[in-house]
Design a protein around this ligand. Sequence first.
Ligand SMILES: C[C@](O)(C(=O)O)[C@H](CC(=O)O)C(=O)O
Length: 519
Amino acid sequence: MTIRDQEEERIQSEIASIEKWWASEKQARLKRPYSARDVAVMRNSIELNHQVSSQQAVKLWNLFEEKIAKKEPLLTYGAVDPILLSQLSKSGLEIGYVSGAVCGLSNVAEPSMDTADYPWDTVPNTVQKLVNSQLWHDRRQNHLRSLMTPEQRAATPKVDYLVPLIADGDMGFGSTTGIMKFTKKFVEAGVAMFHLDDLAIGMKRFTIGEGRTVVPTCEYLKRLTAARFQLDLMGAETLLMGRADSMHAEYISSVIDPRDHGYVQGVTNPDCEPLIEAMVKAQRNGEDYKTARKLWMEKACLLTFDEAVEKVATKEEYQEYLTLFKDSKFKSINQRRQHASQVVAKQVFFDWDAARSTDGQYFLKHTLDHVIDRAIASLPITDTTWARMDSPKWDEIVRFHEVLRKIDSKRAYGFGYTGRYDYKAAGFSDEQLKNLQFDLAEMGIVFQTQPIYACQGLNMVSLEFGKMFKKEGIYGYNRDIVVPCKENETDGFETAWCGAKLSDTQMFMADSLDVTLPY
Ligand SMILES: C[C@](O)(C(=O)O)[C@H](CC(=O)O)C(=O)O
């Protein structure tokens, strides 16, 4: 046999094992735009075992299946610190969430708001730290329990420190190969699932009346495919979640994908100057950015192309125009223009370039339909789906999941009780809020996270403690912390939780069993 043949034989055996893997129940739900051979030829010559990530992913997958069947929620909150995570696990929550926003405020050398401008490996490194702490607590607990009698063991509840971690992958931080490296890092760190969204890098705005910017649909899909391909190269079961952020996005970075054209807005007032010119003028005159932009928008009369057609067409002409979409809703701007010029007598003025921002983005009319389109397009290469919202609109939540579940009823969906949602303003009664977690679970939305608990809950507790401590010193500490901690057997320093027994036992093993001693 020649060397060449042996190599081909190895590739064939890889292909066979990949195909067998892809036929498994979990993997068979996916559809890849590449073949097993494409993966096989780029794999290593030795098998790489990323067991922690794969095992945690399968555990999470089984939890999803169980909760979907029982219509029960899997609640969690953002814990980016090992100490907090240990208590999250002890409290009985079955999964952990690693929030990008919280990492960006607390796990970086240079903190900032949730602009995802932190180093690309910040969240994977946090996962690594958390998983190591989980494994350590698990080991420490196993050792401690091995010292107990069966009666003691039965009377002492075992904590599942190895709750699967779901991490925020933001927009993936870069190019296709960059996303592959990012994915690799997540897998090596031991994550169970991570989500990638459709946001543009570095373009989130929070206070100036501009919101989020999404990338074109094709770029979002490329991101997800790059991550999927990396998971396949590694043979990892790690779950990939698609997160569509277009629900409240104001901009789109490019109009390269015709699937987005129906949602892009342009100037429909021919007498309106381009936005950039108006903003430069306003800036030179020292006008307020937000006000100047608002005035320009009023003048521009921003509409989608279809709305612009409707504005100038007669009812009959518009009905005729809509026949363009009878075979598909995804028509390019050129197809739309051409058809309009044939069926509408008046000229349609629509200029999406005049509406481009100073960063070059295009105005987007965010609608639920756009989110639905993207979520549907990403189904074949993702395991789970999350439609992120700036505010919790119940009818939109229901419609999104009704449409998606008609296509994939087995899938686990996600929901973020994002930021400081104002449930009252969103129309939720107390009773509805009480049942929200179950009502969501009823629709297959089993992964439910409050990502930024650490910014609200922990801040609140720490602030109150600091004020008390400043006033009452160690007397107050003893009263409020030491005494109740003792009564409640709260985990803390010099309790079993800190692993003193494990440390000493390990040291004893290493120090005292020296078989090289001559006596
Ligand atoms: C989930 C999230 O991506 C995060 O970074 O934790 C944020 C959280 C938030 O704004 O509350 C998000 O939803 O964008």
